[in-house]
Ligand binder design. Sequence first.
Ligand code: ZN
Length: 495
Amino acid sequence: MTDAYDRLLNLLHSHHLICSVEGLLGWDEQVNLPPGSAAFRTEQMAEMARLAHAAATDPEVGDGLAQLEQDTEALTEEQRVVVREARRDFDRVTRLPSEFVTAKARHTSAAYHAWAKARADRDFASYAPFVERHIALAKEEADLQGWGDRPYDYAINLHDPGFTAERISTLFAELKEGLVPLVQEIDAMAGNAPSALKGFPVEAQRTFLREVTAQLGFDYEHGRIDVALHPFCSGSGLDVRMTTRFHADEPLDSLFSSIHETGHGLYTQGLKAEHAATALGQYVGMAVHESQSRMWENQVGRSRALWQYFEPRYRELFAAQLVGISSDELYREINAVRPTLIRVDSDEVHYNLHIILRFEIEQALFRGELAVSDLPEAWNDKCEALLGCRPSHDAEGVLQDVHWSGGAFGYFPSYCLGNMIAAQNWNQARAVLPGLDDDFARGDFSRLLDWTRREIHHQGKRYETLELTEKVTGSPLSPQPLLAYLRNRYGEIYL
Ligand code: ZN
């Protein structure tokens, strides 16, 4: 039995190494690639994808699993987790015929370019057939996986195992009930003054964000941060790659997206590196990943306590830019609330309404209650109802997100679920770690990081998201901690 288990580990390890190289090529494509080398890189990536698929579908993996499953009693509890999740992965990948995988990859590439052009031209009609085809492919994939009667649930489960559209609907309905009036109250008080932070030299921004992220606990011996068009975090625990972008007139955008990615990076670095190839060293799902990034970005990064520590250094680096801006005004800038049509530019008070909008639309699409051709109108109506503003063209409406061009349906809810989990975890952390504010004001984030390591990161994929959240916090997932946190943080400033 031990031999069979070790053989399985070797196969999983080989697959993990191939995927990590594939990920590195993807990172490099966005950070370093000379423009003339794009076609060659596409070829390299396609070859890596082929190798990864071959490793994942290797019949030896199936044989090994079948052998180990004959006597699960002989396995340790940890080994059973590894076998259970390896079986899930193996079945998922082998159930899809290679013609389907190739057709989907080809369509995804075409749809991405169609989306980019449609967004630039503000022309949804030219992109609509690509979305229709992606929905058809998503339904076909669900069917192949045995989820034919619940294709949207299947899509959700790809990102967050254990969730259903029904469960999310219940959570979002409760969130919406509390959030809509809170947003209206805050909007009425917040005004819409433009930011006073202008002309922040990029080199000093880089210095500051590097100091902040290192102090939060990011290990630069096993990771780095570079510049790319969009911020993201990739890699595995021994080599994490984060990106950011700089604008002299939007210094907080760069800083907080970097802290956000650092939250992802801290989770990745907290997963057990020696188990990186198996479920014991892999993240639970996108919602939990997002809960880590959001907590560091928002609950921690925008707190008074953290700024008590970092403000003197910020003023030292940006003395000229901060002349005449008081500590209180800086704190208000950091927690500015300004309604926007664009999800990625949204503050955390409005953010979840952007997600609820997308979730309701995806559900209607998958149920066949909404035709793709009617999407722009449906989007704009919902936007007006939820956020109180109407897009004047589709680039600031239905065409703003890249997700559907990649066939990534059921992905948006993860962002909002992540916010809920972050708030619930944060409550728990504050209950069991009294004095966190004092720690932060001294620049010490280690007790919080250690707690997340122990409670969340080291669990790998042992539990699904809902189960893990309940284990960590002692209560089932609920939107109430998020509502209470938002009312508390932003009520104190604006109400
Ligand atoms: Zn994120």
